[in-house]
Design a protein around this ligand. Structure first.
Ligand code: PMP
Length: 407
């Protein structure tokens, strides 16, 4: 029995469902390994020692290479002095200063651990500031696993959802209708920087939609919150809607912020500083200094090397390579989303049967990517790493062609 299989058998006895949440390999098709043991640069190894070019970057957190020496050294130096102390270390102030310097919409920063902490905290700041209740969110957008936003209803009461009103992403009239439904009681409009819902082709934000929700929030006196948890640090270090010229009141950050160390942040404008101060918002591990030191090093590196540009280069190489391969093997595919956060779907594949078969074949060929969730590029994806990944994707297209017969 493989180590992965024996770990799964043991896990089934001591962990609900053997594994819970979206990292449950059972959700990903039958070829996904559940357990991983090691990572370096752009590679990861599963429990059975199989090596992969990592195109998921641990589902987002890795951004400057697994075990990046500079990030690891910064974290280790802090860890050696003390991590979880009676209060935050000086590094908390340094990190907040760095964010305020880097992000035009940030006059202050608050820290926590997970993306859900940050989105929930942002909504609470908006509610505290406005004295209002409702959150307008795009249907299908993922903002985390707290009761107000989790995609599942298990363990959630209808009351906990009563203050969340949905609209369709990129549909400004729909967002305005949702606001009308709330009858003026809107605390916040929450948007992801582009539509990156699972199982669906990704969609860029329409500039008119982005400007429109900004104006709508202003008209309502509500906060515009950008949930940059997934896209943050990959598209534009100043915030993902900066290129559109649309600035949020609050932004939720996490995932890639510390190259895998656990940290999240909310940044906000001066107008919301007073409200932010009133929240009772804390956690036993939220002020651990190690992750803050790792975040500072990660963001400094990204700034120095122009991380988004490197990821754009890597993502473009991958996208162009895959497009040529798909055409050569006679498959029509759609590659959507920014190249740094890409996804691929096959035409006439509503059930994702082909997508799942192709992703499974990629795994066999040493490339870890996903059939229903977007992938992530990193600054460690050099041309050589992308070319290695493309060898795998090409072989996977060939296998798929063999399985589906001649075009
Ligand atoms: N918002 C977005 C856009 C996300 O992608 C995620 C995580 N996938 C979250 C919020 C929640 O983050 P976390 O899983 O760290 O709580």
């Amino acid at each position: 029995m493989s180590l992965d299989a024996s770990l799964r058998a043991r896990a089934a006895k001591v962990i609900p469902g053997g594994m819970y949440g979206h990292l449950n390999a059972a959700l990903h098709g039958d070829r996904y390994p559940q357990f991983f043991v090691r990572a370096e640069g752009a590679r990861q190894w599963d429990a059975d020692g199989r090596e992969y070019v990592d195109l998921m970057c641990s589902w987002g957190p890795m951004i400057v290479g697994h075990r990046n020496p500079r990030v690891e050294a910064a974290a280790a130096a802090q860890q050696a002095e003390g991590d979880c102390l009676n209060g935050p270390g000086p590094v908390m102030v340094e990190l907040a200063e760095l964010l305020v310097d880097l992000i035009p919409s940030a006059d202050w920063a608050m820290f926590s651990k997970n993306g859900t902490d940050a989105t929930t905290q942002a909504l609470m700041v908006a509610r505290a500031a406005t004295g209002r209740t409702k959150a307008l969110v795009a249907h299908g957008a993922y903002h985390g696993a707290d009761p107000w936003c989790t995609p599942g209803m298990s363990g959630v009461t209808p009351n906990q959802r009563a203050d969340t009103i949905e609209f369709t992403y990129n549909d400004l009239a729909g967002a305005e209708a949702a606001a009308a439904q709330a009858d003026g009681d809107v605390a916040a409009i929450l948007v992801t920087p582009f539509k990156h819902d699972s199982f669906e082709d990704q969609e860029p934000a329409d500039a008119e939609f982005a400007r429109g929700v900004r104006a709508l929030a202003d008209r309502l006196g509500a906060a515009l919150v950008i949930d940059d948890v997934r896209a943050g640090w990959r598209l534009d270090l100043r915030g993902s809607w900066e290129p559109l010229g649309v600035r949020p009141d609050l932004t939720a950050w996490s995932k890639a912020m510390a190259n895998g160390f656990p940290i999240a942040a909310v940044t906000g404008t001066d107008a919301l500083r007073g409200a932010a101060q009133t929240l009772y918002s804390t956690g036993s591990f939220w002020f651990s200094a190690t992750a803050m030191a790792a975040a500072k090093a990660t963001i400094e590196i990204l700034r120095e090397i122009d991380g988004p540009a490197l990821m754009h280069r890597a993502g473009t190489r991958l996208r162009e390579g895959i497009a040529a391969q798909a055409a050569a093997h006679g498959f029509v595919v759609r590659q959507t989303g920014p190249v740094q956060v890409p996804w691929l779907s096959f035409e006439d594949d509503d059930t994702l049967e082909k997508g799942i078969a192709w992703a499974g074949a990629c795994l066999e060929e040493g490339v870890y990517l996903h059939a229903w969730h977007n992938w992530f590029l990193s600054a460690a994806h050099t041309d050589e790493e992308i070319d290695r990944a493309l060898q795998g994707t090409d072989a996977a297209f060939a296998k798929l062609r063999a399985a589906y017969g001649a075009d």
